[in-house]
Design a protein around this ligand. Structure first.
Ligand SMILES: NC(=O)c1ccc[n+]([C@@H]2O[C@H](COP(=O)([O-])OP(=O)(O)OC[C@H]3O[C@@H](n4cnc5c(N)ncnc54)[C@H](OP(=O)(O)O)[C@@H]3O)[C@@H](O)[C@H]2O)c1
Length: 268
């Protein structure tokens, strides 16, 4: 496997870090990205010491075109075998109260950046007849809830985009997969202000570790599954959302994220 490179965006923590460890263990050299310099440098050093491969860190703000360009420049002449589009973040806000610039950044990181990276790397992969692209979407691609409209929309794009890519890339040797995790114990929810104590299992709410998400997704990849929904609870939640009549679904979904909602106005 020497000389083969896996590029993983957003590997400072969580799911991206778990992918980095997985591909390092499988003998890949890594290019990993993040913004928290100290955290990702320390993680990279640990990977070099424990796994032995080459690990390059690219510090890049992936909501900005120059951040994406910096990453593309760093990988342009490398033989990239694997691209994991993992970097992402969400914002808990009613759209009518949201900051448009921030919402555009959610779309940039979750949608435009994966599009640009894939577009940059695909010609080489297709020419070599080999490559793996993994896009990290979310169960939110199937489940709209309040204060999550842009994030859900962005993740739904990734789901649909990956399925389209799968069809475009048939017989090229390039494999694509979209992973739709449910609740996962990472820094994601902390960054949105959720306390750790709230990360408890209850009914269909079931938190997985990022390592488990990656383990299941990689098994699905080996089975050529284009869509991976890790965990039985998440699979069931998605199934229920798919079969529920929309008016029931909206009733159920509207019970989430209610803090800050004003009183119902009477219709004229
Ligand atoms: N955790 C969940 O419950 C869950 C569920 C479904 C899907 N997901 C998806 O899983 C992916 C990984 O998230 P995670 O849960 O592992 O969260 P995490 O621990 O917060 O990791 C997110 C990674 O993305 C990077 N990132 C975020 N915004 C960025 C930006 N503007 N520019 C560059 N890098 C950025 C972060 O870098 P820095 O920290 O260095 O800034 C970090 O490395 C995301 O796409 C997320 O949407 C998460």
């Amino acid at each position: 496997m020497k000389g083969k490179t896996a590029v993983i965006t957003g590997a400072t923590s969580g799911i991206g870090a778990a992918y980095a460890l997985r591909f390092a263990r499988d003998g890949y050299d890594l290019v990993i990205t993040g913004r928290r310099r100290a955290v990702i440098e320390e993680f990279a050093q640990k990977l070099r010491q424990t796994q032995g491969g080459k690990v390059d860190v690219v510090l890049a703000e992936l909501s900005q075109p120059d951040g994406v360009e910096k990453l593309i420049e760093a990988i342009r002449y490398r033989q990239v075998e694997v691209l994991v589009n993992n970097a992402g973040f969400g914002i808990n806000s009613f759209y009518q109260e949201s900051d448009l610039n921030t919402m555009e950044q959610v779309v940039a990181v979750n949608v435009s950046t994966p599009m640009k990276l894939i577009h940059a790397l695909l010609p080489g992969m297709v020419q070599r007849g080999k490559g793996i692209i993994i896009n990290i979407s979310s169960e939110s691609a199937y489940l709209s809830i309040p204060k999550n409209s842009v994030y859900s929309g962005a993740k739904a794009f990734l789901l649909s985009f990956t399925e389209g890519l799968h069809l475009d890339l048939l017989n090229t040797g390039v494999i694509v997969q979209v992973v739709c995790p449910g609740l996962t114990k990472t820094d994601f929810h902390k960054k949105m202000g959720m306390k750790k104590a709230k990360q408890r299992n209850k009914g269909l709410i079931h938190w997985l570790s990022p390592e488990k998400v990656v383990e299941i997704a990689m098994k699905d990849l080996e089975k050529n599954r284009v869509i991976s929904i890790p965990g039985i609870h998440t699979k069931l939640t998605v199934k229920i959302a798919k079969v529920l009549p929309k008016n029931y679904y909206y009733k159920l979904a509207s019970t989430f994220n209610q803090k800050g909602r004003g009183k119902k106005k009477k219709n004229l």
